[in-house]
Write a protein that binds this ligand. Structure first.
Ligand code: ADP
Ligand code: NA
Length: 337
């Protein structure tokens, strides 16, 4: 069988990715290079659906790409590129938009959530059609629609509805214009951990919602990283025990520990029996620092030579663009251009 393809994207909306991004998504991107033909995209077009600062966007696009490379993405084993460098994304989005129902688009709950935050009347049309651009991002990298061809997309809960829309649009296009797209399927990585806020164990660690004390940035200095973990909210008990309801804080820290160290929850419990939270947190802080320190160093090196980084990204855009142009040519012909 052919090597399965995978597509994933991430927005350049912060000056650093955070621990949740790393354990919930980006670490899996690196692993998938070995088993998949992978296309990874820094989705800067998505980042302008809300008000943005051009200089910050340009900086964050480079910083995001540099971090991904520093985490182990490798242009020889996968294709990493910036969305706006491949103009076919917007062209396919237009075509797909024309086969999307207005009501259908209106049912996207993420738009409703995001728009509600800023007052729906003030939300941009771009934010409304965001899921259609996302569908284009994915379908542009469709393999040839032969038996056994696979296109996978790693998705969290919040993206499920958008992937469903993408599947519907692929099916609709195929039905109207002839089989063109492989319907993408959700890829649920086995070891993807959902990480919660260090100060509010009920909420997800998030760049937009977490306070500085609740979030750990990949590019943060070791000092503050350690401090935040030592001060993470636990409970009045002393036992390091996995209990999502009763001990949400400790359980979140155990999830991070298990994800970084490969130790099972049972073995972590045994290891810290009678030791209390202090020792556990100290060891966890060391694990986090040791994981991110080389990534921070490498990111700094990559950013020090902007031309070399831009050349790497141009290489990715060229490779992605070749696939995108080939698929877009078929779409254009089928649609009647
Ligand atoms: P986007 O708007 O691009 O989804 P996010 O920062 O919300 O930006 O998410 C980027 C990726 O990181 C997504 O795959 C998401 O599922 C993952 N992610 C974000 N926060 C967490 C978290 N706290 N735990 C696990 N995964 C997370
Ligand atoms: Na993703």
């Amino acid at each position: 069988a052919a090597t399965p393809r995978v597509f994933s994207g991430i927005q350049p909306t912060a000056d650093s990715f955070h621990l949740g991004n790393y354990l919930g998504a980006l670490r899996q991107w690196v692993a998938l290079q070995e088993t998949h033909e992978a296309f990874y995209c820094v989705v800067d077009l998505h980042a302008i659906t809300v008000e943005h600062d051009p200089a910050a966007l340009r900086r964050r696009t480079r910083v995001s790409a540099a971090q991904l490379l520093a985490m182990g993405l490798d242009q020889d084993r996968s294709t990493l590129f910036v969305q706006s460098h491949v103009p076919e994304h917007t062209e396919l989005a237009w075509v797909l938009g024309c086969i999307t129902g207005f009501g259908e688009a209106g049912r996207m709950t993420q738009f409703k959530d995001k728009a509600a935050k800023q007052g729906t009347a003030g939300a941009s049309v771009g934010l409304f059609t965001y899921p259609i651009l996302q569908a284009a991002d994915i379908l542009l990298y469709t393999p040839e629609p032969r038996a056994g061809a696979v296109l996978q997309v790693p998705v969290g809960e919040d993206q499920r509805q958008h992937l469903e829309l993408t599947r519907d649009l692929a099916g609709r296009f195929n039905h109207r214009f002839g089989t063109t797209f492989v319907a993408p399927e959700a890829y649920i990585p086995e070891n993807a951990a959902k990480i919660t806020d260090l100060q509010e164990p009920g909420a997800k660690m998030s760049k937009s919602a977490s306070s500085p004390q609740g979030i750990i940035d990949v590019l943060e200095e070791p000092g503050p990283m350690r401090k935040k973990i030592m001060r993470a909210v636990t409970d009045t008990g002393t036992e390091v025990r996995y209990d999502e309801e009763g001990k949400a804080g400790v359980t979140n820290l155990m999830r991070i520990y298990a994800a970084l160290d490969g130790t099972s929850y049972g073995d972590i419990e045994k290891r810290y029996e009678g030791a209390g939270y202090g020792q556990f947190k100290k060891d966890l802080a060391a694990l986090v620092v040791d994981t991110f320190e080389p990534i921070r160093e490498r990111t700094r090196e990559l950013l020090a030579d902007e031309d070399a980084l831009d050349r790497l990204l141009a290489q990715g855009a060229e490779r992605a663009g070749a696939v995108a142009r080939r698929n877009m040519e078929i779409v254009r012909e089928r649609v009647g251009f």
